[in-house]
Each structure stands twice: as structure tokens, then as C-alpha cells.
Design a protein. Structure first.
Lengths: 88, 351
């Protein structure tokens, strides 16, 4: 799974990246997380309002900071593997 | 409840408390210091020469806080409200679809609805341009919105007075539209059409509409909190810069290079074009300069070109369009800044 965070490097974009990382660690899923800071690439991706989030080539949200719960939902929708259940 | 929930509720309560206290006691009127008095205090502090620099900085911070706390608070509320309630998708659509003058007007006046964070303006510019909104409106948006967002205007009102605030609104919109239109004319048929890009409409750009009003108010407080976290350190930086300017730059130096007259106005306009000024920092900085003798025209020129343009933003735009385009609009903006400064100086010769 490929997760891309778009943003030129301001406070809001860092917040999104943090959210993605904590969602991944909470779900116990490994994914490719990439932070894209090049403005030309952001524009070409069709993101007009940063920060933006793209999972497997689909833009999930832009112009706002999504909640960790939302990111979890998107990750689960796109994840082809079942999350590894932790044994109690 | 997590930390965010608590702090959002805290902010809402704080806002209400402040409004109640303000209405009830009228403290605001008591602490108001006029500009002339302030100048005398500054001069006294400088003359005595005994005070160390750090206490001078503290004095500046307290002085500025006294003048701007209410406006700043309103600015934070306005920023949060815009982020939550502004119909951003509609504004973008309007900017991209109209013909003739409409997109320019929408870009000039509706720009502040779209973004509060100055670093998100360039992607929006690129998106507008590649989506076929035309070069002109995209540039108008790029230039007008940083100088004319509610937070900047409210802070200007608090620190520089209503004349500066009014002039800023008028000048930012006019200059933005003029420069955008002129650049568009200049590059008509000289630039290849941008290849259109696919915009994913399914993306959830805005939060769902079916949220209740209370929930949205709560979101607004969250956004305000985010904005405070982002902007307050920057403003503090601006105030410290202002304090340093007042403490170290002799007034004679500022009067010579940034005083009244055509040359100082041209110079400060040019400084504004190249210097990087983060959102809202320009206001305390300009106040510091004005207190040590900057001319009103030069101040207006800097307020127009400072936030709108900077070397980093020009370089960022170069990645999207040919470098000729930012070169042309930077030059036009410099001329506009000079003219605006001259006009403002004519009407308001003294601070």
C-alpha cells in the first residue's frame, strides 16, 4: 500500500503525516509513507489545497487535517491484507 | 475526552469569558495609549540609555499586546470560522468558470476565503492555472489573498489604525486585479496552454454537510487552536524584530532610507517584493519602523508587496510556470506598490 502526504512543509502537513503514522501503528499495518514537498508534483497530483492525502493513487482528502479515525478507515478500505491481530 | 477536545472547549470558554469581561469592565479604554504618547515613552526609554535591551523587548511586547489583543483574538476566531464555514469549493468553481471580469473579482475578493496558511497558496495557484482558470485570475488570487485576509486586516486595525486597514483592503484588491489582468494580457498567446489535469471530485475536501451546528462550532474552535499554534510564534517573532529595530536602528537611518519621498517608497516596495515575510509578521514590523520614523507611503508600499511576494514564493511559482511570468508580475507589483505608497502618502502624510 502506498500512502502519500502532500504539502510544502508547513505545520498542517506535518500534522497529517503524524496522523498517518499513528494510524498505521495503531492498526499494526506496514505501508509505504511518502511525504511529497515538491510544489510541481503537488499540483500535478490535482491537489489544490494542502495538506493532501493520497492512498494507492486515490485522493482521500485535501485542505484539512483528517482525524486519525478517518485515516484508519481509509487504510482499512485499501488494505488487501487483514490486520494482524495481537494475541492477548 | 482527549487533549484536543478539552483544549477546543477551553478556547470556546475563553472566548466567551473574554467577551463578557470586555463588555462588563471596559478595561480596553483604560489601557489605550495614543501614538504620540507611545513615541514619547519610546524616546524616553532610549534617552535614559540605562535600560538593557531585553527589558526594551519586553516593553515592546507588552505595548503591542495591549494594542492588539482584542483584534488578534477576533482574528483567530475569524480564521477558524473561515476554515470551517467558507464555501471554498464554490469559490474555486466560480473562479475557474466565469468569463471576462468575474473571475478577477472573485479571485480578488474571495481569495481570503480559500486559505489562511500562506504556504498553501502556491499549490492553489498551480491548481487554478492548470485547471483552466486562466493565468490572470490565478495571479490575482496569489497576490491579493495574503495581503487581504481577515486576520491580517484585523491585526492591522489593532496595531496601525483604521486608515491603514481600509487602505490595505482597497489597495490589495485593486493591485491584485490590475497586475493579474496586465500579466494575462502580456502573456496572451505567448505561453503554451497548460495541459489540463484530472481533479478527483470524489475526494472528501470538506467535512460532511450533515454535521450539526454545535459540532461545526466545535470544529471551528479546533481550527482556531491550530491557527494560534501556527501564527502566534510568528507574531512574537515580528514583535521582537520590531523591538530590535527600535532599539538598534537609529531613527536618522530609517528616516533617510525609509522616510517620506519617492525614493524611500520605491526602496521599501522593492524590499517587500524580495523579502520573505511570514503571514501577519509584517504588521508589528511595520509598526516598529513607523515608530522610528518610517514614512506612511513607504509603510503602505511594504504592506502591499511584503506579504504578497517573496523570493521563495517566486521560486515556487517558477516550478509551475515559466520564470518569465513571475518576473513580469513582480516588476508590475513593485510599480503598483510604489504608486499605492505615493497615493497613501498624499492622503495620510502622518502616522
Amino acid at each position: 500500500m502506498k500512502i502519500e502526504v502532500f504539502g510544502p512543509g508547513c505545520h498542517r502537513c506535518i500534522e497529517v503525516e503524524k496522523g498517518v503514522k499513528s494510524a498505521l501503528s495503531e492498526l499494526n499495518i506496514v505501508a509505504d509513507v511518502e511525504k511529497i514537498e515538491d510544489i510541481a508534483k503537488i499540483v500535478d497530483a490535482g491537489i489544490m489545497q494542502t495538506p493532501g492525502l493520497r492512498i494507492n493513487g486515490n485522493i482521500k482528502c485535501f485542505g484539512r487535517i483528517p482525524k486519525v479515525e478517518e485515516i484508519k478507515k481509509w487504510i482499512l478500505e485499501n488494505n488487501i491484507y487483514k490486520p494482524i491481530q495481537k494475541r492477548k | 475526552m482527549d487533549k484536543k477536545t478539552i483544549s477546543a472547549i477551553g478556547i470556546l470558554l475563553f472566548i466567551f469569558a473574554v467577551i463578557i469581561v470586555y463588555e462588563w469592565s471596559g478595561i480596553w479604554k483604560g489601557v489605550k495609549v495614543t501614538m504620540a504618547e507611545n513615541k514619547v515613552i519610546t524616546a524616553k526609554l532610549l534617552e535614559e540609555n540605562k535600560i538593557p535591551v531585553h527589558s526594551f523587548l519586553i516593553y515592546t511586547i507588552i505595548d503591542y499586546a495591549k494594542h492588539s489583543w482584542l483584534c488578534l483574538l477576533l482574528a483567530f476566531i475569524a480564521a477558524g470560522a473561515l476554515q470551517e464555514f467558507a464555501p471554498r469549493d464554490k469559490v474555486i468553481k466560480l473562479m475557474g468558470s466565469g468569463r471576462g471580469f468575474t473571475p478577477y473579482a472573485v479571485a480578488g475578493c474571495g481569495g481570503p476565503l480559500l486559505s489562511m496558511c500562506s504556504c498553501s497558496i502556491i499549490p492553489l495557484f498551480g491548481g487554478l492555472y492548470k485547471r483552466g482558470a486562466g493565468l490572470g485570475p490565478a495571479i490575482t488570487f496569489l497576490l491579493a489573498s495574503p495581503a487581504f485576509n481577515p486576520a491580517a486586516i484585523l491585526l492591522t486595525l489593532g496595531l496601525l489604525g483604521w486608515k491603514f486597514a481600509m487602505a490595505r483592503i482597497v489597495v490589495a484588491i485593486t493591485a491584485g486585479i490590475l497586475v493579474g489582468y496586465a500579466t494575462d494580457r502580456f502573456f496572451k498567446n505567448r505561453l503554451p496552454e497548460p495541459e489540463p489535469i484530472r481533479i478527483d471530485t470524489k475526494a472528501e475536501g470538506a467535512p460532511q454537510e450533515d454535521q450539526g451546528f454545535g459540532k461545526r462550532l466545535f470544529n471551528m474552535a479546533l481550527y482556531s487552536r491550530e491557527f494560534v499554534k501556527m501564527v502566534l510564534p510568528l507574531i512574537l517573532l515580528g514583535v521582537i524584530c520590531a523591538g530590535l529595530v527600535k532599539a538598534f536602528l537609529p531613527p536618522s537611518f530609517i528616516i533617510k532610507y525609509l522616510g517620506n519621498g519617492i525614493l524611500p517608497i520605491m526602496l521599501s516596495s522593492a524590499i517587500g517584493v524580495f523579502m520573505y515575510t511570514p503571514t501577519l509578521v509584517e504588521v508589528p514590523l511595520v509598526r516598529g519602523l513607523l515608530e522610528s520614523g518610517m514614512g506612511t507611503g513607504a509603510a503602505m508600499a511594504f504592506l502591499l508587496t511584503g506579504p504578497a511576494l517573496s523570493l521563495p514564493s517566486i521560486l515556487g511559482v517558477c516550478k509551475i510556470v515559466k520564470p518569465r511570468v513571475p518576473a513580469v508580475y513582480a516588476a508590475l507589483m513593485w510599480i503598483c506598490g510604489t504608486i499605492a505608497g505615493l497615493i497613501f502618502w498624499f492622503f495620510v502624510p502622518k502616522f
